[in-house]
Design a protein around this ligand. Sequence first.
Ligand code: DI6
Ligand code: FE
Length: 396
Amino acid sequence: MDSPILILTNARLAPGFDARPGAVAIQGGRILWAGPMADLPAFPGAERRDLQGRIVTPAPIDCHTHLVHGGHRAREFALRLEGASYEEIARAGGGIVSTVAATRAASEDDLVAQALPRLDALLAEGVAVVEVKSGYGLDIDTELRMLRAARRLGRLRPVRIVTSFLGAHALPPEAAGNADEYLSDICLPALRAAHAEGLVDAVDGFCEGIAFSPAQIARVFDAARAFGLPVKLHAEQLSHLGGTALAARYHALSADHVEYATAADAALMAAAGTTAVLLPGAFYALRETQLPPIAAFRAQGVPMAVATDANPGTSPLTSILLAMNMACTLFRLTPDEALRGVTEHAARALGLTDTGRLAPGLRADLAVWNVTDPAELAYRIGFNPLHSRYFEGQEC
Ligand code: DI6
Ligand code: FE
């Protein structure tokens, strides 16, 4: 017997639908049908739920987070307010490396317990998919532990966790001055072990003066390719090193941050099908002034995703709605672009083809909002209008 059908009626669908009352039919955790009420097929015996004109969107996807980590960096925040730069703090042994120490000291249970409130903050805004990176272990055991903690989050909450291996995030203090050895002896063996355990959905890196060069990242990408894993890259965040071009050469799912990317980089991304992941939380927290080349992305048709970059150093942000607001206010995205940025384009940035749009056959991961205009989602600041959330067709 077919599984029961639930129809959400009298809704307004966004993005990309007209203003007429719409409906979404759900069966077996998938969208069976979505469109204007006037065209709704007869589904005999279906349960109907009246949404009273509320707006329904695909559930948001946070496609770039460092949600699993030990401790916080409020002290460093204070130092930066007194004038120290992010790079100065990193070079003086603070920054990422201080989170590495706290993460190494944390058990898997600790990491899960510390990440859960952050995850819950995202879920409270309807988020259904969260990407979580490693990269604060920088030794084999801790990189694996972070990824196991990430996978556990997906068993503890109604959420889909997508992992990225970020062993090439920073050089741990014990490897100072030996980046190539670190890659050979720690990073690549950690990737092999994590992949063997099924812990890796994609491979990421940090291509930056304070992290790894394009040639070093290429070694990591070659390993990913040998394992059949897709790649993505933190590129052009603080300077222009050529990470975006490298990412495009490897047909990366995404190039992330990209403040210092150029129009030529945008063209390479377009040709490679690489999504630009915009992270306005980090731009804001670092009081960055270099804007990502939004006009070039638009002109070239590069899809733009928006994410929180939730991390303890440069983006202690766990609100996808605030990330949307900042993408509009700081980067001048339109509210519609911001909404697509956390749905359709965020799915692309993760290589997911079964979510992010209101289309038949896709997962019924939906958010229902107490708003009358979809632009309100990006417009409000610090207000959460979520009415209800559907995960694989179940309200929860
Ligand atoms: N770019 C970022 O913004 C984060 N990682 C990265 O590669 C910052 C990580 C941190 O400072 O802890
Ligand atoms: Fe990041």
